[in-house]
Design a protein around this ligand. Structure first.
Ligand SMILES: CC(=O)SCCNC(=O)CCNC(=O)[C@H](O)C(C)(C)COP(=O)(O)OP(=O)(O)OC[C@H]1O[C@@H](n2cnc3c(N)ncnc32)[C@H](O)[C@@H]1OP(=O)(O)O
Ligand SMILES: CC(C)C(=O)C(=O)O
Length: 558
């Protein structure tokens, strides 16, 4: 690896050692101002940029989620971009509490076209942007620092002139693109200059947006850069300090969280982090990180699967299975010990709720391995536990409980889990819940040759213990000597097609054998359980039975 080709970044100097760095030890305690750039930064990174219909779908979604600050496009870049802004402005599609912003490069033609796009708007933000870092100045613009300063000046002055003429409440955003790799003194000077030109005041603040256009530093270094700007800007009270983290190092979320704690007021990002290269900071993750710590994110993410579906349709890109909060697998455990802990945690929550006379959803969430309750964001418990060779009895029992309402006795769980592990070891693949259920029924709920065997004179609806004893007594008449070792009965879930379940362990020549029965009554379930156990034991009813031998039934333990 040619490591010599890369340089270590000089960290941002903050005055004096021991200067407080609240981002290192003070967690966020409120939601920031959110700004979505899905329709601009997200859109410009798509293979097929959104057409008008997809843009509108995305816009409506952002509004529904509660975004009040939405960058809707780059009107001078393409026809669709321009037309979409006109569609929103002339159609009156921007709700009263939402402000749209439009992006422009610092070029006179681009700025003019941007103002054409928002003509007639009651209010809008014009977002001026150009790179400021040395590499961009020298290689891309081929300009000196003072020429780049002039680019900013000219752009800002032109915006102010056009805004004066436009009428409406037009405000400004300025982004020194590549801020994070710009010399801090130059970034500060150019930001102060723009704030002065637009005459930023607390009543009409400038949004100063500081991007890590290409994320190059660790999150704490970015936070130091933000803190330094926060502490040194001339008109800090007239500035909405915004960050725009990209995710090249995979730390955009951490960088945004630190930057907010370091003094930023606002964060620009996209849903699920779509954007250039590795993407923009993911607003969903940021918001749900706040939510998971008991802070109202001020965004409605209560139906995250629907949000994801719309975003996938608009971007034509899939959210990966491990994506925080939204991915298919992020609330799923395959591994046995995790499954065991999750199912115990869920049962504990249910028990707590029952004893408090409340619904589980009303209690504080504290379930091992699950940072939030999937149901709080519109996800279900269905896929929490999936079974493969890494799974254990807890997970398998969970599948039968959640899908079929069967709560297996612990010893039966162990036995059945061993059978399932043989299958998963052999196939090396996941076993779907339906196949687990099929295997369970085939193994434990089949009376085989004993089907239709009845105890003479047994009344329907008999008590389960009596029903089992009566059947075993009848079996003795047919030469099969067995006694009940254990009998547990319980309700069964609707998916079983029966109201009752019974788990019978009988002793056949001192050999314990489990059988499971389902039935419309507890007695019928017990009979079916005993018959299945008899069948599993290998014993067959004989027509000419020898003398019956007594067998001592024992009490059930549940
Ligand atoms: C960090 C960001 O995300 S910034 C937003 C980037 N978004 C996009 O690029 C998507 C929209 N597309 C564009 O911007 C297109 O490049 C267009 C259509 C607007 C312009 O296209 P073209 O006029 O053909 O220019 P092209 O993109 O090839 O070249 C860029 C030129 O603009 C200059 N430039 C680049 N960024 C800026 C800027 N922010 N302000 C002023 N000039 C800029 C470059 O130096 C270059 O100048 P040169 O021709 O003198 O060398
Ligand atoms: C325009 C700016 C904010 C940007 O998108 C970036 O620097 O990544």
């Amino acid at each position: 690896m040619p490591v010599h080709r890369y340089r270590r970044a000089a960290p941002q100097e903050l005055p004096g050692p021991g200067t407080p760095r609240p981002w290192l030890d003070q967690p966020l305690d409120r939601a920031p101002l959110w700004s979505s750039v899905d329709l601009r930064d997200g859109n410009q990174a798509l293979a097929n940029p959104m057409d008008l219909k997809r843009k509108r779908t995305m816009f409506d979604l952002l509004v529904r989620l509660g975004l009040k600050d939405i960058e809707v496009g780059y009107p001078s870049a393409a026809e669709t971009e321009f037309d979409f802004v006109r569609h929103l402005v002339t159609g009156g599609h921007v709700p009263d509490d939402v402000v749209i912003s439009v992006f422009t490069a610092a070029r006179p033609d681009a700025i003019d076209r941007t103002f054409e796009a928002i003509r007639g708007a009651d209010r809008a933000v014009v977002h001026l942007c150009h790179a400021t870092a040395c590499l961009w100045r020298e290689v891309v613009f081929r300009m000196t620092p003072s020429e780049v300063m002039k680019l900013a000046r000219d752009g800002a002055e032109r915006m102010v002139r056009l805004a004066d003429r436009a009428g409406g409440d037009i405000r400004f955003e300025y982004s020194p693109e590549t801020f994070n790799v710009t010399e801090p003194g130059f970034a500060l000077e150019i930001a102060n200059t723009v704030a002065e030109i637009v005459d930023a005041t607390p009543e009409r603040p400038l949004t100063l947006n500081l991007p890590s256009t290409v994320e190059m530093h660790a999150p704490d270094v970015f936070a130091d850069q933000i803190a330094w700007m926060d502490r040194n800007l001339d008109r800090r009270d007239a500035i909405i300090l915004s960050v725009h983290p990209h995710n090249d190092r995979g730390t955009a979320v951490a960088a945004a969280e630190y930057a907010l704690a370091a003094g930023a007021d606002r964060v620009e990002g996209t849903l699920f982090g779509n954007g250039e290269r590795t993407g923009n900071v993911d607003l969903v993750t940021l918001a749900l990180n706040l939510f998971s710590r008991g802070i109202d994110p001020q965004l409605d993410l209560s139906d995250l699967p629907a949000v994801r579906q719309t975003v996938e349709e608009c971007t034509e890109m899939a959210v990966p299975p491990r994506h925080p909060y939204a991915g298919d697998l992020v609330f799923t455990a395959f591994s046995g010990t995790h499954q065991d802990a999750i199912s115990k945690g869920l049962a504990h929550l249910r028990d707590q709720a029952a004893s408090a006379g409340r619904a589980p959803a009303e209690l504080p969430w504290d379930v091992p391995y699950l940072p939030i309750d999937p149901q709080d964001i519109g996800r279900s418990y269905e896929a929490i536990i999936r079974v493969n060779s890494q799974s254990g009895k807890g997970g398998i029992a969970y599948v039968l409980r959640s899908g079929w309402g069967l709560d297996l006795p612990v010893e039966l769980r162990v036995e059945f889990a061993a059978a399932i592990q043989q299958v998963t070891n052999a196939t090396g693949a996941e076993l779907e819940p339906q196949r687990i259920w099929d295997a369970f029924r085939a193994q434990y709920c089949d009376p085989g040759d004993w089907a239709g065997f009845t105890a003479p004179g047994a009344a329907p609806g008999t008590d389960p213990g009596e029903a089992a004893d009566a059947l075993l007594a009848a079996a003795r008449e047919r030469g099969v000597y067995a006694g009940t070792d254990r009998l547990d009965h319980d309700g069964a879930g609707p998916a079983t097609g029966a109201a009752h379940a019974c788990y019978a362990r009988i002793l056949v020549e001192d050999r314990p054998v489990w059988g499971v029965g389902l039935g419309g009554t507890a007695g019928a379930a017990a009979e079916n359980a005993v018959l299945s156990a008899l069948h599993r034991s290998g014993a067959r009813p004989q027509d000419n039975a020898p003398e019956p031998q007594p067998a001592g039934p024992k009490e059930g333990t549940r």
